[in-house]
Design a protein around this ligand. Structure first.
Ligand SMILES: O=C(O)CCC(=O)C(=O)O
Length: 288
């Protein structure tokens, strides 16, 4: 069930209290929720236009390996870091209050934003990604021990997601509640995923698909003739240091809103980086 916002909620950046409580409870129980059309079509089209230019350039110049997840190949799925620049790094995208109202209840008010990337299903793919979780166990030595949600993935589709263009498939209803040792066994996740109920994230552009990082999912081949872009952001509990540190130019950081600064405070903020208006490689680090 996709959650709908009223015009007023979208404008105010705030859901009604009952809806917020429901959305948060559903995310905890289901492992994923979709809130439709948070950004609005016009804003999403504007972002997508800028994004597609960067992605096209990246695809032309980047040398892909032969991994089956995010490296072109049969899945046609291309992972690209997001340039740390407008119109991507703006508050309605990275510090959206509709998202943060939910995320703060699950991850704490001092949550952090540790990962900014995109997963793009390019035309011509023929194969689904293997079913996977985006994280291994926090306590790999334990058995039959379940960790609560410690990080959330926010996916923002940049075009309408349909069966034709490879809407992400996810496994609602409890894959995130598996005990930690299950997350060590990628082969078992794939085997179980082949037998289990899944849902295609059919949603309009600018929606938010929010999921526990542990929730199983997979990218799907795009049978349309246009790239299917998807932002992927990972928000974490403040003490969770399981991510690399992103290089952020000091002058760009200094110009962010106070909320965005707080979210990015764990990153590598330095004068040694220059603003990124294009993407050179996997982590596109550009030292001056
Ligand atoms: O491209 C997609 O639909 C999702 C890909 C993804 O989430 C991943 O590679 O982990």
């Amino acid at each position: 069930m996709n959650i709908q916002l009223s015009e007023e909620e979208r404008k105010n950046g705030r859901m009604d209290a009952d809806k917020l409580e429901f959305a948060t409870a559903l995310l905890r129980a289901n492992g994923a929720i979709i809130i439709e059309d948070v950004l609005g079509a016009e804003r999403t089209d504007y972002i997508n236009e800028a994004f597609t230019k960067v992605l096209t350039e990246f695809e032309k110049n980047y040398v892909f390996g032969d991994g089956e997840f995010n490296a072109g190949g049969a899945t046609g799925n291309v992972r690209m870091d997001l340039p740390f620049a407008a119109p991507f790094i703006e508050d309605d995208v990275v510090a959206n209050p509709i998202f943060l109202d939910i995320a703060e209840q699950i991850l704490g008010r001092d949550l952090t934003l540790r990962y900014l990337a995109s997963n793009n299903s390019m035309p011509g793919g023929t194969k689904k990604q293997p079913v996977h979780s985006d994280t291994g166990p926090l306590f790999p030595e334990t058995f039959n021990f379940t960790t609560p949600i410690h990080s959330l993935v926010l996916h923002v589709p940049l075009c309408d997601f349909t069966e034709l263009n490879g809407a992400t498939e996810f496994y609602p209803g409890g894959t995130h509640l598996n005990p930690d040792h299950v997350f060590k066994n990628g082969k078992m996740i794939q085997k179980l995923g082949e037998a289990m109920h899944f849902q295609a994230a059919i949603m309009p552009k600018g929606s938010f698909l929010i999921r526990d990082k542990k929730t199983w999912h997979r990218g799907c081949p795009n049978r349309s003739d246009k790239p299917r872009g998807l932002f992927t952001f990972i928000y974490q509990r403040a003490w969770d240091a399981t991510s690399g540190r992103m290089p952020i130019p000091r002058n760009v950081y200094d110009n962010l809103s106070e909320r965005a600064k707080q979210l990015f405070r764990m990153e590598d903020i330095s004068d040694a980086y220059e603003p990124m208006d294009n993407v050179k490689g996997l982590y596109h680090i550009r030292r001056i």
